[in-house]
Design a protein around this ligand. Sequence first.
Ligand SMILES: [Zn+2]
Length: 118
Amino acid sequence: MSYLEFCSNCGEKNIYGQIDGGIRYHCLNCKNIHYENPKPTSTSFHCDVGKLDNVANKRAYKVSKQVASLAIESYNAIKTKGLDITEGARYYHTYEVSPRWSKVYPVVGRIGDHIFYK
Ligand SMILES: [Zn+2]
């Protein structure tokens, strides 16, 4: 089973066909397009435990906290059902880069262009 066989948004079966200027997996139910080769991305996180947050945009801060809470709740639900195909991976990168730490952590799998580590 391909990870693109079913919609990651609604769980319905995807179809493979012309959409958004290319031939891609997409969901007829919720209209979600599943890009197989998204551009490499990077994220970073800075932990400053103990420092007070100096929030300039309180509305954006509130929305960010709500999104983070939803992500954690969603992950916990996925994990409880045994559907975490990354097995709790904490690190990942695209196959196009080779960070130093990739030799340290065990690989748990690969999804598309991304390699996941514990
Ligand atoms: Zn869908």
